[in-house]
Design a protein around this ligand. Sequence first.
Ligand code: ADP
Length: 671
Amino acid sequence: MTNHRQSSFRRILVTKILLLFVPVLLIGEIVALNKARSSILGTARQNLTQSAITKGERIGDAIAILRTTLLSVSKTTVIPSDSPIQEQEILTQLRQQLPASIECIQLTNLLKQKIIASSCGDQAIGELTLPLSSDGIDVKAIFPLKAGTTGKRNTQNQLQVVLSAPVSDSRKNLVYSLSIQSALYQQIKNPPGSLTGAMVVIAEDGTILAHPFTDWVGTNINQHPNSSKLKSIIKNAIAGQNNSINLSFTQGHELIAGYTAIANPLTQQQQQKWIVLAVTSVENALFGLEEIKLILIVLTVGLIGASLLASLYLAPYLARPVEELRDYALNIHSHHAAQPVPHNFQIREFNQLAQALDQMVERLKAGAEELEIAWKEAKSANQIKSQFLATTSHELRNPLHTIINCIRLVEDGLCDSREEEMEFLKRADETTIHLLSIINDLLDISKIEAGKLSVVTTPLDLRQILLEVINLQSVNVQQKGLQLKCELEPQAIPIKADAAKLKQVLINVIGNATKFTDTGSITIATEIQHSNGKSQVVVIVKDTGIGIDPTQQHKLFRPFVMVNGTTSRQFEGTGLGLAISRNLIELMGGSITIESAGLHQGTTLKITLPLIDISLLPVPKKEENVGDLGFSSVNDAAKTINCVGWVEERNPTFSRVCWVTLKFHPTYDYP
Ligand code: ADP
């Protein structure tokens, strides 16, 4: 039954795969992105620190080169003292000797304090301040746009220095001063993603010497927000740390700065430091992350798509066998017997499941068939039982009527003679015995059904028992014109059995053989078998009678079963004999089987019983004949001791009866 809260296997597969996969994927990607971000930032910090160190070194190198160049130019330049100074000539001479990057060259007459030649106007760029340093050069830093400075604002060239050196005239008097102005560093716009960073140079006293914001150049860090962070940078750098830090010069604009400290290149004194920072925005530092983000987005979309496709492909692949097996199981009642369970799936477990289902269905079918057969049999047995009850009632009433009539005839003195009276009494007696045998069978079967049938076994000679039974039955056999063949063991056959019950069984089976055989013979044989250290005797009762259909043979030992109702009803019987016989033989530790090659091919019945040691047999009594018992004739003996009848055994030496065996009904309680 479908529950609305349940979902189909297919849908569960798709949703579970996606529900599991997508969050895992997204979490994985977020983790990867964070890892990549921190890794890129770490690399950026290292690069910026390195860049700051390189920048610091470049500043030192640039000033050193300028110093050397100016020194050599000032030493080699001689201004003629007697001839008029040709400005243009001097400038041309100096330009040739100095690097092209120099922004301004000025030659000043120190005595007259007058600029005699300049490449950048009349405004003095620097004064020679005495005393000079050891190398004779005066170096000053200037800021690009000092108050009052005219000219084009150059926002790129920063950290400008003016170097001045004395120049002598032809009389070797230091009359002139040569000043050069040069930018040590150009703020260039780095390409996106570059990790060299913009340069910020801060003097130890907090003066900003270079900064991407030109307005800040020349100001002190105290004038700006974030001064505390910058102060800590200065402190750390002076303490010798080359490191990086996150800072923010403008509101909300996150920056990363690598920093280092260099000796003040102007004074060349180690105690006075310049702090060089390489600064870039966090956004720029994470420029590479954008590409990773893009890759991750493409990857996510691709993987979700792939997982969707995989789950859409997998779901039917996995669900189809389940659905097919479900459909088969749901419609099993409407399947034709030949329709096989779906199989040949690509998944082994499903094939095993299909095989198990197939076996289960087969078992159920077989069980159902067996049940149906058993039910039919039970039904027919019940019918037979009912029929039997009806017949038995009838059968019981007839003999009873006979008995009553016979007795009344004698009682009412309607007989003509004593012989006639005896004849009626004999008939009543025989009928009573017949009635008794029917009732005994009924009692036995009811005992079997109640599990109360019991035997009392004693050691006995089977051969003797068989001879007695054969004697009893031989009259019937002869009456039917059948040949009786006895192939018994020549010596005693010791077994442990209940003599009366064993005789009952043997009478029944030999009686059946006689009853169901019209022509031919009945063979009664014994066979001693030794196997697995056990010895047993097999009593074989073989006839050439109507035989039994092999398909019916298995049910013969069930009570009230007669192979073919119509066939068997031709013969007298209750269908109880074999059922009783099997129970009795099994109680005596033996077994009984019946087999026939088919209808009209005769029947062979075998009773197997275990042998015992022959020494256990009782010593046989001397056989007494009728005369020994004090009777003048067999008839007298039979009448007097109320026996059923007698059997004549022919002695080959005499043509008349030599001895008789009195035939007692086995279960009759004789007085
Ligand atoms: P019944 O009283 O009918 O003989 P049994 O239990 O002795 O009952 O036998 C059951 C049935 O088995 C018989 O009705 C008969 O159909 C079959 N049967 C038994 N013995 C023979 C035999 N020797 N030949 C053919 N059928 C036999």
